[in-house]
Structures are given as C-alpha cells and as structure tokens.
Design a protein around this ligand. Structure first.
Ligand code: HAS
Length: 561
C-alpha cells in the first residue's frame, strides 16, 4: 500500500526542514572544535558568540533534528506496517506546532537571547519565547502517538493473535518513552522557567529544575536511540542479506527500554548536592540494568549479520565477515547502520564508565562527556538519521540516490572523524579539560595565564576529527541536493515506497513481550519509586534562587527581553 499523498508531503517536510536547519548545527559543530583547539581565540566568530553557537549546535542537532526524524519515521512505519491510513489533520497540527516551536526557539538563539545550551539549566535565563517555543514543540511531538493508538487498537481487533509488527513495536516504544519523559520537562518549562523569565515569579528552585530536566534528559537519549534500534532490528538484517536472529530479543529489548529508560536520570547528578547517596545508588543500579537491552542487541545483531554473511556465501568462523555488503551501491544504506553499530561499541562502553558512581567523579563535566555522546548520539543515532532520511526522501520522491559511491563514503568518513574527535576529547577529559569552555580564550591560548600545553594534542585531534566530520556532512548534502535535483526515476513510478523489513529467523512466541500495558504500568511505578524521595527532599529543602544570568555577564539579570 502506498502512503497517503498528504502524509508523504508532511513526512518530506519533517525531514527536509530540520536537515536544512542542521546545516547551521553542523557548521557550529566545526566552529566548536576550532574554539576547543585554540584556532579561534575570540568570544565570537562571524557575529555569533561562543555560547550562542554551542546552544544552536545542541538544540538543533540533539532536539530538533532527532525529534522530527523520529516523528517522520514513525508515520512511515506505522502506516506501512499496519496498512492503515493515518490522521492527516493530526499529522499536520503536529508538524505546524513542531515547526512553529522550532522557529521560535531558533530565532531567540540567533538573536542572542537564549544562550542557555541545550540543557537550559537555571540560573541561566533565556527569553520567554525560547521556553514557549520548546513547550509548543513538545506538545506538537505528543500528537502522533495519540493518533496512532486508535489505528493500532483497530488493527489488533481485526488481527486477533497476530504479533504487532516489529517496526510498530519500535516506534510505539520510542513515543511511549517520549510521552513519559516529556511530562517532567514540560512542568519545568511551563511552571518554573517560563513564569520566571517573564518576571512573574520571585525565583526558581534550581535543584528541582535540574532534577526535572534529567528525569527527561536521560530517557531523551533513548528516545534518540530507539528509532535507530528500530532500523537495526527491522532493516539491517535484510540489508545484510539475512534475517533477524531472534524475534524475542527485539521485542524484549524494546519492552525493557519502556521499563528502564526513565527512572535513572540521577546518574547525571552524581555531583549535585541535596540528593541522598541512597537515591543516587538506586539509580546507578538501574542505569547498569539499562545496558542489558543494548548488550542483548549487540549479540542479536552480530548473529543476524552472521546469518546475512553466510547467506551470501561466507564460510568458516570469520569468512562471513568478508561477505557483508560494506560497499554495494544497491545496499548503500547498510554502511550507515553498520558504521553506527561499530561506533556504538565504544559509545556504550564509555557510558558504563560514566554510570559507575566513583569513576564518574573523574570524568564529570570534562571533555570526556562530549566524546561519549559523539559516539552515541553522534554515532548510531546521527548515521541512522542521515541514512534513514536519504532513504525516505528519495523513496518518497521516487528519485534515484545520485552517486551511491559518495553516499557510502559518508558513514565511513564520519566514523573515522568521530573516532579521531572522540579520542582527543577522551584524552583531554582524563587530564581534566573542562567541557563547555571557550578554550581559545583560556587553556589553549599561549597568552593566557591558564594555558595548558599538555592539552594541545587532544584538542587538535578533536579539531581534525571535527573537520573530517564536517567534510562528511558536506558530502552528504552534495548527494542529497543532487538527488533532489535529479529527475524522478520512471522505474520507481509505480513501485510503492517501502521501508525494508526483515523476517525473523527464530520466531519465538513469548506472550510476555506482546503487550505494552504491563510494561508501561511497571515503568510508571518504578519512576515513582525512584523519584518520590529525591523530589520530596528537593521541594522541601531546595533554595529558591532569584536572579537569572546570561553567560556573557557576571551580573544578574531580572529578565531577558
Ligand atoms: Fe550516555 C551522559 C551513561 C548511552 C548520550 N550520554 C550522556 C550525555 C549524552 C549521552 C548526550 O551514567 C551528556 C549529557 C550532558 O550534556 O550532560 N549512556 C550511559 C549509559 C549508556 C549510555 C550507561 N548516552 C547513551 C546513548 C546516548 C547517550 C545511547 C545517545 C543516544 N551517559 C551516561 C552517564 C552520563 C551520560 C552516566 C552522565 C555523565 C556525567 O557525569 O555527566 C548505555 O545505554 C550504553 C549501553 C550500550 C552498550 C553498547 C552495545 C553495543 C552495540 C553495538 C554492537 C555492534 C555490533 C557490530 C553488533 C552496552 C549495540 C558488530 C561488531 C562486532 C565487533 C561484533
């Protein structure tokens, strides 16, 4: 079944608009690497201040691009797999709200009125329109799930006993996690930050804001990851020439993310006062549990790749590796997913280091952190977004991918870039180099009393890696623009657009992973258990801090208007 015409237009807009914004996001990424290395020794470059650029980089890449992609992929998957038309008015309202919210936030950032980074911690204060934009954006992103639920319930009624398609399980999981985790941040933005920035409330409980933010902030990373996991479990095995090794492993992984994504944000606050070590300890244990579905994914996908390699003639213990389609024009999407997996091996291991309470003391707020998240968010997630977007855009427009060779160079080049970039930042992180600091004005500037020549190597590795990553983006946009300008392929004209979906090799029948309700119920209970005590203590004991600050001025401000 072909997707509804109007839905195709909406999906295309949801992919192309954030990709256009991403050009600014990527540009500011390269600039950040240059500030880090001391190549730019100024507070601003081309009229954009350091913190303004860092905010644009984080908000566009980590919030706008990722959310739009998840929504677009969700619409395509749910409609295709349930073979049902979806609510166009719902999709349109959602898109308009998300676009409106993004534009409001972006304008405030580029006007220099919201240099609060993507974590927008108070007492850094932004213009009220930045917070309003975020709130509108979040509300828009809630709509898809609520319009898919009646379609799904109808499908279940009409197909009694049938398993929910894996793609739908993946996308519902993504948006169930999103729905759960955005409630606390919506509260933070609407009840705390917006009235405070308007000057309507006397102050804000900063510890409460930080805790509500991380209640959202860690599940956010799984919201980023889950669309890519959906592609790994459904598309990768097929692209590799095989089948998904275990259907149960996929379903269990997604259900485990519903259960465990939310009640563990305190591992971002190990260094924060006002939260007991017991609460932090409980959430550490839960954090280590959340690595289990990813470890299970590693084994399942490795086995699925092996099946693919063997199907393609690979023999012996390692011979199948050679047969995988690393560089085959027809399967150009494979390297985007495969390179993401390789990068994630290292992103995942460093996540486990971060989660270890004592080791976290060494790396917290150092450049180790951006190294970790460029191997997770900037690895599997970003490559999934690039590959998935190119696949959907060209597929929906019935255009060929112009230069599949160049398209396939992108993920390998990106992987090399991220490895060099992150190695440099890991190295410096272990030596104590801070994150979110204009190093060009301080530690990497020989004229500064705080000059640290021993950080030169890591910072320059970061810059070289960052430039390679920037070059990979240039190649990607070259392929995308050339493909958009190409004439539609007549051979594709009558072929309905379809996302590749793998069959299972072992199709286990486990009722426990076939129903979302018990997993969502236990997840809500776990959140209450994990957060009741810390939030009660913070509300009771937290200080209300009055003034707001902007990063360029040590004096407090009452409002940013
Ligand atoms: Fe993280 C900080 C812990 C995963 C993103 N993380 C961050 C921040 C971001 C981020 C953005 O506990 C910074 C936030 C800020 O601005 O302050 N993270 C973890 C843990 C995991 C983890 C335990 N993070 C992610 C993912 C992200 C992400 C995913 C984005 C998408 N992270 C932390 C902690 C902090 C943190 C602390 C706070 C630190 C601090 O002090 O502030 C786990 O979920 C990781 C589990 C993953 C694995 C890897 C499985 C490997 C796979 C690949 C298999 C490969 C194959 C290929 C099959 C265990 C699936 C075949 C190849 C062969 C060779 C066989």
């Amino acid at each position: 079944m072909e997707l509804q015409k109007n839905l195709r237009v909406i999906i295309l807009a949801e992919l192309l608009v954030p990709l256009t914004l991403f050009i600014f996001g990527a540009y500011h990424g390269v600039l950040q690497a240059m500030y880090q290395a001391g190549v730019i020794r100024a507070t601003k470059f081309a009229g954009i201040d350091y913190y303004q650029g860092l905010t644009a980089h984080g908000v566009i890449n980590a919030i706008v691009l990722t959310t739009f992609f998840a929504v677009a992929l969700g619409y395509a998957t749910v409609s295709q797999e349930l073979k049902s038309p979806l609510s166009i008015s719902g999709a349109l309202i959602s898109m308009v709200l998300m676009l409106g919210g993004s534009v409001m936030a972006a304008v405030m950032i580029f006007m220099g009125k919201a240099s609060v980074l993507y974590t927008f911690y108070p007492p850094l204060m932004a213009h009220p329109l930045f917070y309003l934009g975020l709130a509108v954006f979040i509300v828009g992103s809630w709509i898809p799930l609520w319009t898919w639920i009646p379609v799904y319930l109808r499908w279940r009624k009409e197909h009694p006993g049938r398993k929910t398609p894996m793609g739908v399980v993946g996308m519902f999981t993504t948006f169930i996690v999103w729905q759960m985790c955005t409630l606390p941040v919506a509260f933070e933005v609407l009840v705390q930050l917006l009235p405070w920035s308007l000057g309507w409330t006397p102050g804000v409980n900063i510890m409460l804001s930080r805790t509500l933010f991380w209640f959202f902030g860690h599940p956010l990373v799984y919201f980023w990851l889950l669309p890519t996991y959906m592609m790994y479990y459904t598309m990768l095995p097929k692209l590799a020439g095989g089948k998904l090794f275990s259907d149960f492993a996929g379903r269990f992984t997604f259900m485990a993310f519903i259960l465990l994504s939310c009640p563990l944000g305190l591992h971002h606050q190990f260094a924060d006062p006002g939260i007991t070590t017991t609460s932090k300890g409980i959430q550490t244990v839960l954090t280590l549990f959340v690595a289990i579905p990813s470890l299970l994914t590693a084994f399942t996908l490795a086995a699925s790749l092996e099946l693919g390699g063997r199907n393609r003639g690979g023999q012996g213990l390692f011979g199948w590796w050679k047969k995988l389609p690393y560089f085959e024009g027809e399967r150009w999407l494979f390297p985007y997913l495969f390179c993401g997996l390789i990068i994630f091996l290292f992103g995942g291991i460093t996540g486990i280091v971060n989660a270890s309470y004592s080791m976290n003391n060494v790396i917290h707020n150092t450049s180790w952190l951006p190294a970790h998240f460029h191997l997770t968010l900037g690895g599997p997630v970003f490559l999934g977004i690039l590959g998935g977007s190119l696949f959907m855009i060209t597929g929906l427009l019935k255009r060929p991918v112009v230069s599949t060779t160049m398209a396939m160079i992108v993920p390998y080049m990106w992987m090399i870039g991220t490895f060099i970039f992150s190695s440099g930042l890991f190295l410096n992180g272990l030596r104590g180099a801070p994150r979110r600091t204009n190093m060009g004005m301080t530690y990497l500037n020989p004229a500064s009393p705080s000059y640290r020549p021993d950080w030169w190597l890591g910072a320059n590795m970061g810059m070289i890696g960052g430039c390679i990553m920037g070059l990979a983006c240039v190649l990607f946009f070259t392929v995308l623009i050339r493909s958009l300008l190409a004439a539609p392929d007549p051979a594709l004209a009558n072929v309905p657009f379809a996302l590749p979906m793998s069959e299972p090799y072992h199709d286990e029948n486990m009722p426990a992973v076939r129903n979302f309700t018990p997993w969502v119920t236990v997840a809500v209970l776990l959140c209450v258990a994990a957060y009741y005590v810390p939030i009660r203590d913070i509300v009771k004991n937290g200080e209300i801090t009055k003034p707001g600050f902007t990063p360029d001025n040590p004096a407090a401000v009452q409002t940013v208007h």
